[in-house]
Design a protein around this ligand. Structure first.
Ligand code: C2G
Length: 131
């Protein structure tokens, strides 16, 4: 069984996230998503609209996702890859090169980001619509 892992906040889930999760799952048989905790998000200077528990619940409902674990710090990836016996690490290519150190433990794949959608864009557009 080929196991895939990816990391992220996945706030205000949108079709760009789904595109990423679908392509990640298509690379193997089992997809683990490490979703950022609220505490880790503050380290990323991100404030998610949905809490960790709700973002976890939403991700667990996605057909491409087999397991959701917490992402609590920058340093856990190597341990995650080893403990979960991961074959492929996947991230959107806005992270290209940033996680190449994992290449000694698994395949590292950066997938093209989906253009014209992002959580930031949704928030900005809503401000205009809500007026
Ligand atoms: N993504 C994408 N296309 C978009 C938006 C996001 O492919 N239009 C991808 C990102 O590249 C990332 C994943 O969806 O691989 C989740 O995006 P975010 O929730 O923004 O994740 P981020 O805050 O970048 O956290 O340790 C890694 C970090 O936790 C990644």
């Amino acid at each position: 069984m080929k196991k895939v892992i990816t990391y992220g906040t996945f706030d205000l889930l949108h079709w760009g996230h789904i595109n990423l999760l679908k392509r990640a799952k298509d690379l193997g048989d089992y997809l683990i998503v490490a979703v950022s905790t609220d505490e880790f998000n503050s380290l990323k200077n991100k404030k998610a609209y949905h809490s960790y528990e709700h973002r976890k619940m939403i991700l667990e409902a996605i057909r491409y996702v087999d397991e959701v674990i917490p992402e609590e710090d920058w340093e856990q990836k190597v341990q995650d890859v080893i403990e979960h016996e991961i074959d492929i690490f996947v991230m959107g290519d806005d992270w290209k090169g940033k996680f190449d150190y994992l290449k000694q433990h698994c395949n590292v794949v950066y997938l093209p980001r989906t253009v014209d959608i992002s959580t930031t864009k949704i928030k900005k557009d809503l401000v205009v619509i809500a007026r």
